[in-house]
Design a protein around this ligand. Sequence first.
Ligand code: NAD
Length: 300
Amino acid sequence: MSTVAFIGLGNMGLPMAVNLLHKGFHVRAFDLVPEAVAALEAKGAVACRSAIDAATGADVVVSMLPSGKHSRALYLGDSDTTGLLQTVSEDTLLIDCSTIDAATAKEVSLAAEAKGFDFVDAPVSGGTAGAAAGTLTFICGGNVAAVERAKIVLNAMGSTIFHAGGPGCGQTAKICNNMLLSILMAGTSEALSLGIDNGLDPAVLSDIMKASSGANWALDKYNPCPGVMVSVPSSNGYQGGFMVDLMVKDLGLSQETAQKSRSSIPMGALAQALFVSHGRKGNGRRDFSSIFELFSNKQT
Ligand code: NAD
């Protein structure tokens, strides 16, 4: 079985890398946080001192980093680090699963292709639960041959693979999805709070809306009201999951994308304002479903 260098072992990367180990891949792991590397080492990975160390001799590199500047530095290098494109053999398949701006994804992908690498931008949907269960959706951008080659690794971490188009297209599709998710999470929080303020049980109201025309992913899989659903961040003090800061990043990307295409996205702009304001009140590192507290009378 091939060797995968996994770079970025946070809320998403760690469970994704664990699934690779479970499926028989050899994993060489690196993260800036030594505890994250140690956690994967305990599951059978080889702990590495740097991204270059992890990628040396690997057949595939998978990165799961916070934003475009991290992905760019990893592959192209910056003033502090040498990029992987300068250091690893060009038969290494490169897969960036981070959610980043499409322009950076395209720049890195084209630079990689020019050096003879296969590069795929493969942001994911499905959250930390999907990462742990190995049921993520991968939304790929890149040439057909590169995406085909990536499937054996992606199938070990997810259940659905889309090919959205050429380099950067995976990121554009992901940004559209996350803008919609932010709108649905804020709207679901608002509707639940209106019901609670008027005497409804949020669990009963959730069941009613799930079976009615308001049904959506937030209600179905990620209820933002504490106590309605077990094993979701709202029932765990909004810890883990998808940080408000990362949603704010994605909403900024949707605004940048809309400016370039002169698209009108007023709902996205409103969601951005809500999540920015919520994040600035000390909620940046909490799960994004904590936006519920913006509408709720009761502080949880
Ligand atoms: P996270 O902050 O939990 O993890 C990021 C990890 O990258 C951290 O452990 C950090 O130490 C590490 N890191 C940062 N710079 C690094 C570097 N130069 N070298 C090595 N490691 C480095 O974030 P996350 O929630 O795991 O999200 C990762 C990506 O996945 C983001 O782009 C996010 O938008 C996207 N995403 C997250 C979710 C979710 O539900 N959390 C869902 C879909 C997509």
